[in-house]
Design a protein around this ligand. Sequence first.
Ligand code: MG
Length: 452
Amino acid sequence: MPELIISISGMRGIIGDNLHPEIAARYGAAFGTFLKESGKNAPVCIGRDSRPSGSMLASALASGLMSIGLNVLDLGIVTTPTVGIMVRRLGCAGGVVITASHNPIEYNGIKLLLDNGIAPAKPLAEQIRSKYLEGKSKPVSSIDCGKITLVEDPDSIHIDKVLSIVDVDSIAACGFKVVLDSVNGAGGRPGVHLLQSLGCQITQVNTEPTGIFAHTPEPTAENLKDLCTQVTQAQAGIGFAQDPDADRLAIVDEAGRYIGEEYTLALAAKLVYMEKTGSAAANLSTSRMIDDIASKRGGRVIRTPVGEANVAQAMIENQCIIGGEGNGGVIDLRIGPVRDSLVAMAMVLQLMAKTGKPVGVLADEIGGYDMHKSKFPADMQQACRIIEKAKETFTNAKVDESDGCRFDLPDGWIHLRTSNTEPVMRSIIETRNPELTKQYISAVEQIRNQIG
Ligand code: MG
């Protein structure tokens, strides 16, 4: 049986194998105890993606929280960013999302949010984790147990916020033809609602929140071949693909070409920097496209360790006008500190409306990079030695060691980092020249082989 993963971003496991309702109840109790000990007694809201196991885990998690004396607000099936928004809107002590994001249906997970809508930073996450592992929860007596209340229509609050940051009339005037593939996750219902509000003609694909994923759910090129065909068949201007909890968005252009998740944040940044200037934030593995866009407008990009909470925290500290991650995750603090596919869709449509250009043309204007992602087995010791060796190799690079090591070279960059969840090292390389990318790939391979 594989080990249940309890990382700083929460818990993820396989239902009926290593993730059971008892575990969720205990985790809920540990989170509740942590919140109460931090002086937070307000209710906790719980949302879930559409997986069939979601209701079971959410109920168990709610039981754990109520056993500590906290009330629970049930958001039902919602996107992950909706939970981030509702935590703050409802003045909650914290939030919980029941989701395993892009993992297959067998998986589910529990993601915790603090009262600011952001996942706890590492030291706080460690406190919650040790409370769970040591069973140090503090149940209340009968009269003090929490209650559960259903929240009506959280989607509308989310959608209204997204609509408030774009020019609805100018988008609607374009009458965009859009194909939306929500992989039968949580994003279908609000996605359709948003696109209808923006006057789009929608071809719906897998927009029922059944949790029976119509294809492998990660929104990568190999999993979206059908969407590419559907965009062409529908003669649509754009295709959108959400992951099951709808925090990531991938885009297919008007020619049925998968343009890649890296472009989602870059296109959103392009729009924001047309309207204003300021700082942006992105993780160290994200394409340089956002730096190019920001620098043209006198802005700068703050690079953070990988992980949504790191980006969101940097955005708040630096009052960033846009931020996110290269996996299709766009964050706009006007909406919430969580990656949000609804924000991303609205922004890309706004960019198309504002420029009058098809999305494929917009992507080509900001692109031209060649990115290569790979992973290979390496334990912590090997990873450290690989990084040391790489430092000796790439002596002309500017080095950032806040998450593994990123080497910024004049003609590209290489990011080597260990995974939080498995003994592997990830290598991300980006240049403007495929031949150079190949050279860097083989340089990393050589280092790896030397370490053995
Ligand atoms: Mg996700």
